[in-house]
Write a protein that binds this ligand. Structure first.
Ligand SMILES: CSC[C@H]1O[C@H](OP(=O)(O)O)[C@H](O)[C@@H]1O
Length: 357
């Protein structure tokens, strides 16, 4: 049993094929950008931070054996392939932000006459390498901030019962996770009484991936169907909901796995604090609100079949949006590596705070 979604060793990239989990644990080689695009688009690897990291590493695999005599061709290859990788899945912003940052770096190095083509390649590859460690460090900071926020928000000294949706753990990031990182921190601090995870139809990230992580680490966890959230909140005290994000708009509106919005509505009805856990690399300050977020629609087969077994009547029409947008008004706080922000505080961040590391 392993929780390493991404293996990057000696210039070789492999990803844990998450379509096969939890029954089969199998790594798939990613030999370049085409492979990177495919494993992301097919959701063999998924999760906003993991998508960005695997996408960028797939470019590193391709570039590192090449010898570049001029910086212009290297810059052109970097820009073209990063923009191609952004097209693999449209909703999560992390790949887009990573591409923009790396293209900016590439342009700067290309213009710097003191930097040779070989130096430019090495510095570019080092920047991609750094993404993995930074993601893990960010997730641990998110864990600390999020656990503190949940404990401060009414739980007092008692243990907490939290609900989470989809998968936001080591299988969605470089390690530790975002919302699941908060849950890991609560568990490590011996403050976690129970975590409830939803199945998260139709891809079942919760039943197949989050449950896999929770069982692996022997956390007190209960799996529920997506349609049980209201009944759970009516019958048991839930201290908080903590979910991930694919794209947070400047006002705090948050695109996350389909089903998140209705959980937020139910949490609001039951006065349960609702937190979004996301690194700054998931926040899109270029869009004012969630209306502008593109919602990916996935193949209907993901709804009508489970492991190639038909579970829906042939011929039925399907609607399969992979995400929905939770309005900021339903969000108690956005937990980032820099701290917890209410939507109003996020909106008020000035540009320098947004961009400084
Ligand atoms: C930290 S992962 C963030 C986000 O990504 C997941 O979507 P998908 O499994 O389709 O890639 C889910 O929405 C998580 O909350």
């Amino acid at each position: 049993m392993t929780l390493r979604a991404i293996k990057w060793e000696d210039g070789k990239l492999e990803i844990l094929d998450q379509i096969l989990l939890p029954v089969i644990s199998k790594y798939v080689a990613v030999k370049g950008v085409e492979d990177g695009w495919k494993v992301i688009n097919k959701m063999q690897v998924r999760g906003a931070p993991a998508i960005a990291i695997v996408g960028c590493l797939s470019l590193a695999v391709e570039i590192q054996p090449e010898v570049f005599t001029d910086k212009k061709s290297l810059r052109q290859e970097i820009e073209g392939k990063l923009n191609y990788l952004v097209s693999a899945r449209p909703t999560a912003v992390n790949m887009k932000i990573a591409a923009e940052d790396l293209i900016t770096l590439s342009n700067q190095l290309s213009k710097d006459d003191s930097v040779s083509a070989a130096d430019m390649k090495e510095r570019f590859l080092k920047a991609i390498d750094a993404m993995l460690e930074k993601d893990i460090a960010d997730n641990k900071a998110i864990g600390r901030h999020g656990a503190q926020a949940i404990l401060n928000n009414g739980a007092g000294d008692s243990l907490v019962r939290v609900l989470t949706h989809c998968n936001t753990g080591s299988l969605a990031t470089a390690g530790y996770g975002t919302a699941l990182g908060v849950i890991r921190t609560l568990h490590a601090d011996k403050k976690l009484e129970q975590v409830y995870c939803t199945e998260t139809r139709p891809y079942n990230q919760g039943a197949r991936l989050t449950a896999y992580e929770l069982v692996h680490e022997k956390m007190p966890a209960t799996l529920i169907c997506d349609d049980m959230v209201a009944a759970l909140m009516k019958s048991r005290t839930i201290s908080a909901v903590i979910v991930g994000a694919d794209r947070v708009a400047a006002n705090g509106d948050t695109a996350n796995k389909i089903g998140t919005y209705q959980i937020a509505v139910v949490a609001n009805y039951h006065s349960v604090p609702f937190y979004v856990a996301a690194p700054f690399t998931s926040i899109d300050f270029t869009i004012p609100n969630g209306d502008r977020i593109i919602i990916e629609e996935r193949p209907e087969r993901e709804m009508t079949h489970i492991n190639d077994q038909r579970v829906a009547a042939a011929g039925i029409q399907c609607w399969n949006p992979a995400f929905d947008v939770t309005p900021a008004a339903l969000i108690t706080g956005i937990v980032t590596e820099k701290g917890v922000y209410s939507p109003e505080e996020l909106k008020g961040l000035n540009v320098s705070e947004k961009l400084q590391d």
